[in-house]
Ligand binder design. Sequence first.
Ligand SMILES: C[S@@+](CC[C@H](N)C(=O)[O-])C[C@H]1O[C@@H](n2cnc3c(N)ncnc32)[C@H](O)[C@@H]1O
Length: 305
Amino acid sequence: MKAPQPIPYQGSKRQIAPLILSYFPRDVNRLIEPFAGSAAVSIAASMRNKAKYFIINDINSALIDLLEEIVNNPQDISLRYEKLWLEQSGKEKEFYNDIRKEFNKTKRPEHFLFVMARCVKGAIRYNTNGKFNQSPDNRRKGKRPANMSKEIFQCSELLKNKVSFYCTDFSNILERARGNDLIYMDPPYQGTCNARDSRYYSGIRFEHFIDSLDSLNNRNVPYIISYDGRTGNKRYGFDLPDELHLHKVDVEVGRSTQATFLGNNDITYETLYLSKALAAKLQTGLQREVSLYNNQMSLFNQNYA
Ligand SMILES: C[S@@+](CC[C@H](N)C(=O)[O-])C[C@H]1O[C@@H](n2cnc3c(N)ncnc32)[C@H](O)[C@@H]1O
């Protein structure tokens, strides 16, 4: 079964989730996602029984409300999405604009799901006043209700009764982590990590993030971080400091769209950092570079076997 993804989310880690799961130690008590977004890694981890319990957090309350509805009230949210999807017929563009306005007023989960399903590239964008301002993709109507409902129910099945949701700054969540948990962190991209980043609801301060990682190291809590990357020789964001003693893995994910457009062969890499406590638990020799580009299938077979 392919991992369900009811929330269409640009930047979701669903594609590289199998690789991320391959770094999970045995017997993870709680998988903690402080920057959950669409919770793609928790969903994939539950599908492969990689953790007993899940803590899902994001600073964006609308995202957390929607995830909670999907997990705890799958029937209701499926029906409300279907109603909106059918109502748009013949007036798609105006209807999208009305629902987006309504979402900005009331933050209702079904409105959020609808605008995300219909907006350009599933890319969340906010203006400086915190209002969702992404335009509709006029070539698509959004995921069909039957498919949406199927993914919602699958997701609910995977997480129901084994998840707690939070909406707070990541650092409050990290304080509660213990040595038999595993934390997966996918913070906002550093290249645009500031208060005016319109891709995500909020940015984080680099020093604050580093202090939190240092505290996890002192408490021997294992963690994995997805952190910026590079295209060709162009690197995004700062490297994480050596003092944190992290094991860095460059993951070759493919050719960048921009490079393809410009006719060159630049390959895009994402970086994963594994904490020292995690590397010690894994015991096997850890590679420095992994390719998803040339041998995606073998990687998938290996990890989903
Ligand atoms: C790169 S996205 C995560 C994508 C996710 N891995 C997925 O597969 O969908 C980063 C997330 O961090 C959240 N975020 C930003 N600042 C935060 C903070 N200070 N504390 C918690 N979450 C934060 C954003 O709202 C965004 O959803």
